[in-house]
Ligand binder design. Structure first.
Ligand SMILES: *[C@@H]1O[C@H](CO)[C@@H](O)[C@H](O)[C@H]1NC(C)=O
Ligand SMILES: *[C@@H]1O[C@H](CO)[C@@H](O)[C@H](O)[C@H]1NC(C)=O
Ligand SMILES: *[C@@H]1O[C@H](CO)[C@@H](O)[C@H](O)[C@H]1NC(C)=O
Ligand SMILES: *[C@@H]1O[C@H](CO)[C@@H](O)[C@H](O)[C@H]1NC(C)=O
Ligand SMILES: *[C@@H]1O[C@H](CO)[C@@H](O)[C@H](O)[C@H]1NC(C)=O
Ligand SMILES: *[C@@H]1O[C@H](CO)[C@@H](O)[C@H](O)[C@H]1NC(C)=O
Ligand SMILES: *[C@@H]1O[C@H](CO)[C@@H](O)[C@H](O)[C@H]1NC(C)=O
Ligand SMILES: *[C@@H]1O[C@H](CO)[C@@H](O)[C@H](O)[C@H]1NC(C)=O
Ligand SMILES: *[C@@H]1O[C@H](CO)[C@@H](O)[C@H](O)[C@H]1NC(C)=O
Ligand SMILES: *[C@@H]1O[C@H](CO)[C@@H](O)[C@H](O)[C@H]1NC(C)=O
Ligand SMILES: *[C@@H]1O[C@H](CO)[C@@H](O)[C@H](O)[C@H]1NC(C)=O
Ligand SMILES: *[C@@H]1O[C@H](CO)[C@@H](O)[C@H](O)[C@H]1NC(C)=O
Length: 818
């Protein structure tokens, strides 16, 4: 990204710089060639040659007729020798620039060298050691490789060294301990290994940042020698061992970051000596023991992060007086109830105690706590209504505990509330209607369907009137403007819509065999089936996402030109249209339109945002979103569709290709069965002998020796899909071993998808047991002994209410094979 300026413009800048420059050692160049040549030769020295050779200034200045002391980023002492080079001022960043291109030996008087963010590659040359007057060296944010040269020890005047954000490797040279003047050392984000050299203890560092490297070993006790340090970053390395108590000597320290290491042992109580400490981050380590109460007595401490360790014991009662405003103790093993800071309210507190072992009940006064997260603990008892009234609380997460009792509608005033997975009693009144459904999910969910009459508005709240008053004024001005804008937009979009409809007709109601009308809109929406709109490709065609002028999104399956010549593909396309125009069910993919013509072979379906079940199970992020109850609902939906085809259609229809790939999910995880290309009407008057179709891994075993197709082939495939959904992956050969009596001890819990936690609710556990039992019945090798889809669908939508005789974790697969 080299910038080019016109040379006239560059000369003008030089002239201006010269005019206003206070250093009078160079005269303004007169239009006198003799004088110009003389002046040039007077500064034709080795420094100038080195700058010209680097090539870095050639785009900014006419190198042959200007004084290098006035080039961008070059500063000279009065004697004319370069004292500072600031390459970053050139604003160039190119991976083609090499640090080696600047001849460092040419600048004996250089005090400051700043080459940050230029994209420089290569290594740091050992010649750097010749810059013995250097006080500041910044090579950060480049692509430098190799090791830190030991010749850095020659830079005895160095105060500041920053080589962060490069790809430097090797160890920290112990010779850095010879740099008496060094105050700021920044090696962040490289690949530096080894340990901290003890010699660093001799240096008078104020700022040390070694974060995001691969430095290991223990933190040396000599760290206690660095008594001038005000910031220490050792985060995101491989430090192990315990924190040396000598750290208590760093009394100037304001920020200490040790997170993301392997540090063990307990938190030294000597931290109390650090009376200037503002931030202490020890999270993501292996610290154990109790939290030293003294930490809460550091008056200056603002943020304390101890999450994701193995701390245990009680939360010190000193927390009640703390001035900390961000306290994160989550993901530990803390116990007891919770003392809230109530006495002093000099700051507002965000408190995260989630994922601990806290038990007992909670108190009603929360003082200065603004954001409180107590989720994933074992708290019980009532949730006091006063939690939000008369307090500063804005967000509260109490999910995954064991709170009981009545739900107070006052809590609905909070900006954010989550009470999911508790044992609250929703039977007595309808206060839950004041809450969002998402905040009350769990094993016993309230019946929101009965909430129509209750207004879902916030209650008037005295303490919240202040912000209301504040925004009242602007709103009176803004609303009319907004309203006008919205009205204008609406009329505009409605006009367009009307135009489109009258021009193109309604694609979704016209079943149009010649395809002219559909064709235009689809071609436009997919820019003639541009690859950018393609969301999937199968054996015979591709699926595209098309947003129609009305805003509606549809999926378009297009048969490739070449494949449309293939009679079997053509047949399967026409078969799908025939099937889907005859059957309609909420769990069968909706066909909106189609075009069957030699010029355009495509089908238009409802768009299923989440894609296939296969995809949702394969991608970890998606699979984690699929809870046990989602998975059971998906299977129940698919079973309903197949039951409808087998039992409510006459003659019955068999799908013949039931796979996780052919079950699609929308954004609400509602499931539909798709791909009816090979579906077949079972003709009672014929033998139903047919070619073998379907997908390997889902085919019923009898299809190996018979060509006769029955509904029970779909039942078998459904059994495979059911196991796959519960396991999170295709069961493969496991199907055979499950039925082998020598494998009596396979546990159900070991089959379950390990990416989501074991079911918390008895209801979910019961459902999983039932799904596995049904799946095993569907997979029986004798087709006649498999249940019908009607039975399967019925059982999946009407779960037994009885509780399990054994905990889920103790049930074997063998116990479920009836
Ligand atoms: C140009 O500069 C030289 C040396 O400074 C001087 O001798 C000469 O007279 C100048 N020529 C003109 C045309 O000014
Ligand atoms: C500057 O010096 C170099 C050699 O050091 C020489 O090649 C060049 O011609 C000189 N330029 C001027 C303008 O004197
Ligand atoms: C740079 O300056 C020299 C000497 O004044 C001149 O001959 C040359 O044309 C200039 N170059 C550009 C690109 O302007
Ligand atoms: C670098 O500069 C020094 C001092 O001017 C000179 O002796 C040396 O030849 C230069 N090296 C290169 C590669 O140009
Ligand atoms: C170290 O500095 C001295 C001058 O103080 C110089 O002579 C020597 O060449 C430098 N060493 C290196 C390796 O650059
Ligand atoms: C070091 O360089 C990085 C990247 O350029 C910069 O963000 C940081 O502020 C610098 N550190 C110091 C202490 O100057
Ligand atoms: C610690 O500092 C003292 C005095 O500043 C110095 O004498 C001693 O060598 C240092 N110790 C270490 C291990 O660096
Ligand atoms: C930790 O360091 C690695 C490189 O060593 C880097 O990729 C990663 O982003 C860093 N993580 C954090 C949380 O800073
Ligand atoms: C902590 O401070 C006390 C007194 O202020 C001092 O005696 C003690 O040595 C300090 N501890 C450490 C580890 O520096
Ligand atoms: C801390 O880890 C080291 C290994 O890194 C081990 O030798 C030591 O026993 C551990 N200490 C504690 C208290 O767990
Ligand atoms: C909190 O801050 C106040 C005022 O800055 C101070 O007087 C008090 O001692 C501090 N409390 C604690 C526990 O540090
Ligand atoms: C929840 O509390 C009830 C009684 O209040 C108790 O019977 C039940 O075991 C508790 N559940 C858990 C998981 O602690």
């Amino acid at each position: 990204m080299l910038r080019k300026c016109s040379s006239n413009f560059a000369l003008l800048i030089i002239a201006v710089v010269l005019l206003f420059s206070t250093t009078a050692s160079y005269v303004i160049l007169p239009p006198n060639r003799t004088a110009m040549a003389a002046a040039l030769s007077s500064f034709n020295n080795s420094e100038r040659q080195a700058l010209i050779q680097s090539g870095w200034w050639s785009y900014y200045h006419n190198l042959s007729n200007s004084n290098h002391c006035y080039w961008i980023g070059i500063y000279c002492k009065t004697a004319g020798s370069v004292s500072a080079i600031d390459g970053s001022a050139l604003d160039i960043n190119s991976k083609f620039l090499l640090l080696q291109n600047l001849n460092l030996t040419a600048f004996p008087n250089l005090v400051s060298l700043n080459l940050h963010g230029m994209g420089l590659s290569g290594s740091i040359p050992k010649e750097i050691g010749t810059l013995t007057k250097l006080a500041g060296l910044d090579l950060s944010d480049n692509n430098l490789h190799g090791e830190l040269p030991s010749t850095l020890s020659n830079l005895t005047q160095l105060v500041e060294l920053n080589v962060s954000f490069n790809s430097l490797s090797g160890i920290i040279p112990s010779t850095l301990g010879l740099l008496d003047e060094l105050e700021y050392l920044t090696l962040t984000s490289n690949q530096i290994e080894g340990s901290i050299p003890l010699e660093l203890g001799k240096v008078n560092l104020k700022y040390l940042n070694l974060g995001s490297n691969q430095i290991g070993g223990s933190i040396p006790a000599q760290i206690g020698n660095l008594t001038s340090l005000f910031a220490l970053y050792l985060s995101n390395n491989s430090f192990s061992g315990s924190i040396p108590f000598q750290i208590g000597a760093l009394t100037q320290l304001q920020e200490l970051y040790l997170e993301f290491n392997q540090i063990n042992g307990s938190i030294p109580s000597q931290f109390k000596n650090l009376s200037n400490l503002q931030v202490l981050d020890l999270s993501y380590n292996k610290l154990s023991g109790v939290i030293p109460p003294q930490l809460f007595l550091i008056a200056s401490l603002n943020s304390l992060l101890l999450s994701s360790n193995q701390l245990f014991g009680l939360i010190p009662s000193h927390i009640a007086n703390t001035n900390i405003s961000y306290l994160n103790l989550s993901h530990n093993k803390l116990t007891g109830p919770i003392p809230f800071p109530i006495h002093t309210c000099s700051s507002q507190l965000t408190l995260d105690l989630s994922y601990n072992l806290l038990n007992g009940s909670i108190v009603s006064q929360t003082g200065c706590v603004v954001n409180l997260n107590l989720s994933h603990n074992s708290l019980s008892g009532d949730i006091p209504s006063t939690f939000s009234v008369n307090s500063m609380m804005e967000s509260l997460d109490l999910s995954y505990n064991n709170f009981t009792g009545k739900l107070h509608k006052e809590l609905a005033n909070l900006k954010y509330i989550n009470l999911s997975y508790n044992s609250l009693d929703f039977s007595q009144d309808t206060d839950y209607c004041y809450f969002q459904q998402e905040s009350l999910i769990g094993c016993n969910t309230p019946n929101f369907a009965s909430c129509h009459s209750t207004p879902k508005t916030m209650l008037p709240h005295t303490s919240k009137t202040k912000p209301l008053l504040l925004i009242a004024l602007p709103v009176t001005f803004i609303i009319p403007i907004l309203a006008t804008l919205l009205w204008a937009r609406r009329t505009k979009s409605r006009k367009i819509e009307v135009e489109r409809t009258s021009k193109n007709g309604d694609l979704f109601s016209i079943w149009n065999y010649d395809g002219k009308i559909a064709f235009e809109d689809i071609i436009e929406a997919t820019q003639d089936f541009d690859i950018r709109y393609c969301i999937g490709t199968g054996a015979y065609g591709s699926v595209y996402r098309a947003q129609l002028p009305s805003g509606k999104v549809v999926a378009v399956k297009k048969l490739h030109q070449r494949e449309s010549q293939n009679p079997s593909f053509d047949k399967s396309f026409r078969n799908e249209v025939k099937m889907l125009t005859e059957i309609r069910h909420r769990n069968i993919v909706k066909l909106h339109g189609f075009c069957l013509h030699s010029q355009c072979m495509f089908l238009i379906y409802e768009y299923m945002e989440k894609g296939s079940l296969f995809y949702a199970l394969r991608i970890d992020d998606e699979a984690e979103e699929l809870t046990w109850s989602h998975r059971v609902n998906i299977l129940s939906g698919a079973a309903n569709a197949l039951s409808y085809m087998h039992h409510d259609c006459s003659p019955p229809i068999v799908h013949r290709d039931v796979t996780s790939n052919n079950i699609l999910l929308n954004s609400e995880l509602h499931a539909v069965v798709s791909d009816f290309g090979t579906a077949r009407v079972l003709d009672p008057d014929s033998s139903n002998q047919t070619l073998k179709v379907g997908t390997y891994g889902y085919l019923a075993p009898e299809l190996a020796y018979t060509l006769s197709v029955t509904e029970k082939c779909d039942v078998y495939s459904f059994g495979v899909v059911a196991l796959e959904t519960i396991m999170g992956r295709h069961p493969g050969d496991l199907i055979l071993s499950l039925f082998n009596s020598s494998n009596k001890n396979i546990m159900v819990k070991d089959l379950l998808d390990s990416r989501i936690s074991l079911p918390l609710c008895q209801k979910d556990a019961q459902a999983i047991v039932q799904v596995v039992t049904l799946a095993l019945a569907c997979l029986r090798s004798n087709p006649k002994s498999r249940p019908s889809m009607q039975q399967v669908a019925h059982e999946l939508s009407n779960f037994k209410q009885s509780s399990l005789s054994l905990p889920l974790s103790e049930i074997t697969v063998h116990q479920m094979i009836a």
